[in-house]
Design a protein around this ligand. Structure first.
Ligand code: PLP
Length: 397
């Protein structure tokens, strides 16, 4: 007999992984250029040159066995100091090394925070649709619940009335992911300020903190004039979860952090509980070599030209054909309306008829829409357009 909850997680089908696997099989039969895979959020631009140069330099110059040894549980002092200094430089925040807890990517950062904040089974985390499906796993890890705020279609900003109706006396945190997976939308500063003011009022009414968990792996992926608000600047009780998975194209290296700003209520206890939760899930001492790399590359910015070109080409071509979508300002996702109103059926038709792999919005809490991850080659986008044209002709209303 095994734990049924974990058995369920381990055997649950994942549409994204199934689409990806289907694409690999089809590519063997038809050739790679005949499959148009928009399923995975795997960065397609290389890590900045400094990343590989630093890896080489460290491996060649550091003779100490400690380069591959354990670090302290919260991470190397030097890495945490560099991250704190970078945050102070870029934002209005007084970050210090002892408020940074290094993690193996953003996922364990979020799970540790969820576990640290959950005190009783009624505790809930408010998430805003469309949202990253793994939130259902991450934010229930401590035994609490997830409550969903319905998506605000078609622009995918946050519907404040719906949020206000969802937060209750058992809400311990609101999770904000901006730029957003799957919509690519960046929430405006005004919206975030309004949420902050509302939560402050509810904290006073309920007599306990209601944190914002800022899930920020896409913080640096933003285009045009859009600005990503650093949420601790507008709301004191904000906990930041970050990773370099997308910003430096390092998802396989598993490196990120939690930042608990000094203005956070119970900040020291919270930091300690996050450290304890990370210990329970076995996510301590992230890869030492990569901690040393981010220490040196913390100021590197991604070169977004290729993503921006893809974003414009995809958005302009699809909307010209009659597809409806909110223009994404960040991340590398575009969220479009299913022309036939049924995201599951449209995804299946696109797959079987055109070898176009796009993810139904149902899993993101937003049926009727589909996610396209445009971290792909620009050529693939152009090659897929005749298929999109045939699909809207056949299924459009
Ligand atoms: N949060 C969101 C919104 C994501 O899209 C992802 C990954 O795709 C994560 C968290 C997890 O990031 P990481 O790969 O750094 O664990």
């Amino acid at each position: 007999m095994v734990n049924q909850k974990y058995y369920g997680y381990g055997t649950a089908p994942s549409i994204i992984r199934e689409l990806f696997a289907y694409g690999l099989e089809q590519a063997k039969v038809l050739g790679k250029d005949k499959v148009y895979d928009y399923s995975l959020g795997n960065p397609s631009i290389p890590a900045p040159a400094k990343v590989n140069e630093t890896i080489k330099k460290l491996v060649e110059e550091e003779s100490s066995i400690l380069l591959h040894g354990y670090s302290m549980a919260p991470g190397f002092e030097g890495a945490r100091e560099a991250i704190a200094a970078n945050l102070r430089e870029r934002f209005t925040t007084n970050a210090q090394a002892n408020q940074i807890f290094m993690t193996c990517g953003c996922a364990p950062a979020l799970v540790s925070v969820a576990c640290a904040l959950t005190v009783k089974p009624e505790d809930n985390f408010v998430v805003i649709a469309p949202y990253f499906p793994e939130y259902n796993v991450f934010f229930t890890a401590g035994g609490g619940k997830v409550k969903v705020v319905a998506a605000d279609v078609p622009d995918f900003q946050i519907n404040l009335e719906a949020l206000e109706a969802t937060v209750d006396e058992n809400s311990v945190a609101v999770v904000i992911n901006s730029p957003n997976n799957p919509s690519g939308v960046v929430y405006t500063k005004e919206t975030l300020e309004k949420i902050g003011a509302f939560l402050k009022q509810k904290e006073a009414e309920y007599g306990h903190p209601i944190y914002i968990v800022a899930d920020e792996p896409y913080r640096e992926l933003v285009y045009g004039d859009a600005k990503v608000t650093f949420i601790p600047e507008v709301y004191d009780n904000t906990i930041v979860c970050y990773s370099w998975s997308k910003s430096l194209s390092l998802p396989g290296e598993r490196i990120g952090y939690v930042y608990v700003p000094e203005k956070c209520e119970d900040g020291k206890a919270l930091y300690a509980a996050i450290a304890g939760a990370a210990r329970e899930i076995g996510s301590v001492c992230p890869p030492t070599l990569i901690q040393r790399v981010v220490q040196e590359c913390v100021g590197c910015a991604p070169d977004l030209v290729a993503y921006d070109e893809n974003r414009n080409d995809l958005y302009n071509s699809l909307t010209a054909m009659g597809y409806e979508c909110a223009k994404p300002d960040g991340a590398f996702y575009l969220f479009m309306k299913a022309p036939n109103g049924d995201d599951m059926a449209f995804s299946e038709a696109a797959k079987l008829e055109e070898n176009i792999l796009i993810v139904p919005g149902t899993g993101f809490g937003c049926p009727g829409y589909l996610r396209l991850a445009y971290c792909v080659s620009n050529q693939m986008i152009w090659n897929s357009m005749p298929g999109f044209k045939r699909l809207i002709k056949k299924y459009g209303k």
